[in-house]
Design a protein around this ligand. Structure first.
Ligand SMILES: *Cc1c(COP(=O)(O)O)cnc(C)c1O
Length: 453
């Protein structure tokens, strides 16, 4: 393809993107059945001959844009997803044209530099011990695997067992303790890393999903303790200070799953939820959730740099290590996209004040949501201390029917979940674009939906 053709294609993509951005608030938040029919436009057997790129791009826009979920608008509250910070999107466009491989510094000096900076900035933002290492991975699922692998190896090394060379065949036991409300990705990581999802000791949780300290199983220097900074339903935090102090005394390895909640560290108003988590050994966090960086942008942070490197390191004669940072030392992947570029742009353009403001704003809108719904007869099942709101009607069948009607409305979108055995509508306020007006419109959609059932 010639250079001028590439310019034309990028211009075409730019025009489509602007059209998309301009109409995001006028379209249904979730595509209706009629719009979803456009997915059939893509159906075909693998073509024998290539299609003209301008034609294919046009198809993508005309039939693809209307079948997206309007997650970049202000009224998407599904899962814990997050929007996109505009400067990060612009940086991503530029970085995509660079097409850098983040594996080694020799492959991309700029990426190595920005990874290095992001590492230092995040260590500062989360108030972690100096020298804490960061690896830039796809998301918290991967980050959990890295942190748990590093912890597992260190715990077994204390029993003179080298997991890297000997694997887990015949290895001494390690104890794993976590809250019964831990995220499913934690259980997945445990099974993947060979620790077994069903042989963990589960700590009972209170009605907010927090570990009850008095009922924590016993910890020792062979224990991996996994704590939750941000319950995926209620947004609650395990009592960090108390559990981390106890665990440190016992000599356990502490990993904190802070996929969306770790950012609480950035605002003085939410810092008390996080306080104490600095005492852990490793931390997982997503920049693509609360921080509103683009997908996929997860981070593994590990206090003991060499523990992380030794758990993840590959070697090969063709690898050229530099004195500077080589990103692949800190990640399972070798070839990797340069996600630190957008992360750097996000942190650089927000600054500490901007991150704090973002967190405060998300929390404020969640409170507004909860108060507005409560005044109108909905029940709120969680203490709204962060960005999550759990909503229920008089019984499960009304709640479920109301949720279905909300999802159909196109005015806003929320998912459902179960909380303490009860069906709930789960509201996650995660986007920087959500205004108080968006919340009011969404409360209106809840009311209409409940009336209709
Ligand atoms: C989202 C989430 C995960 C999984 O993270 P991904 O980035 O989706 O892989 C794990 N734990 C918690 C608490 C989460 O919210």
């Amino acid at each position: 393809m010639k250079q001028h053709d590439l310019h034309a294609l990028l211009d075409q993509a730019h025009q489509y993107a602007n059209e998309y951005i301009d109409h995001i608030d006028q379209r249904p938040v979730y595509p209706d059945e009629e719009a979803l029919k456009a997915l059939n436009d893509f159906e075909q057997a693998m073509p024998e001959e290539g299609t003209d790129p301008a034609e294919a791009l046009k198809l993508l826009h005309q039939s693809g844009s209307p079948t997206t979920v309007a997650q970049t608008g202000g009224r998407y509250f599904g899962f814990v997803n997050g929007g996109i910070h505009p400067p990060a999107l612009a940086a991503k466009w530029l970085a995509d044209t660079w097409d850098q491989n983040a594996a080694l510094r020799v492959m991309s000096p700029i990426t190595a530099k920005l990874e290095d900076l992001c590492e230092r900035w995040l260590v500062d933002l989360f108030k972690l011990p100096e020298g804490t290492a960061a690896g830039f991975v796809s998301g918290t699922s991967m980050s959990l695997m890295c942190g748990i692998a590093a912890g597992r190896n260190q715990l077994l090394e204390r029993q003179d067992w080298d997991v890297v060379s000997q694997g887990l065949f015949g290895a001494p036991a390690a104890k794993v303790v976590l809250g019964e409300q831990a995220h499913s990705a934690v259980f997945k990581a445990l099974s993947f890393i060979g620790l077994g999802r069903d042989r963990v000791a589960l700590a009972p949780c209170d009605n907010q999903g927090r570990i009850i300290p008095e009922e924590l199983p016993e910890l020792d220097e062979h224990t991996l303790l996994i704590l939750s900074a941000g319950n995926v339903n209620s947004g609650s935090f395990d009592p960090m200070q108390e559990l981390c102090e106890r665990s440190r005394k016992a000599g356990a390895w502490i990993h904190v799953d802070g996929a969306f909640g770790l950012w609480a560290a950035a605002s003085p108003n939410t810092y008390p939820l996080y306080q104490g988590a600095e005492l852990a050994d490793s931390w997982s966090v997503d920049a693509h959730k609360t921080l509103n960086a683009p997908y996929d942008c997860g981070v593994i942070l590990c206090k003991d740099r060499s523990a992380l490197i030794s758990a993840l390191q590959a070697s090969g004669a063709y690898l050229e290590w530099s004195e500077h940072r080589d990103g692949m030392l800190y990640t399972p992947e070798m070839s990797r996209r340069a996600r630190a570029i957008e992360l750097w742009m996000t942190l650089k353009t927000m600054g500490k004040d901007g991150v704090a403001e973002l967190i405060d704003q998300l929390c404020l809108r969640a409170k507004q949501f909860a108060e507005g719904l409560e005044q109108n007869g909905f029940r709120i099942l969680n203490a709204v201390n962060f960005n999550q709101v759990l909503v229920a009607c008089e019984n499960d069948s009304v709640t479920e029917a109301t949720l279905a009607a909300i999802q159909q409305s196109g005015e806003c979108w929320c998912g459902g979940s179960k909380w303490l055995g009860e069906s709930v509508i789960r509201v996650s306020v995660c986007s920087h674009v959500t205004t108080d007006e968006d919340v009011e419109i969404s409360i209106g959609a809840f009311l209409k939906a409940r009336k209709s059932v």
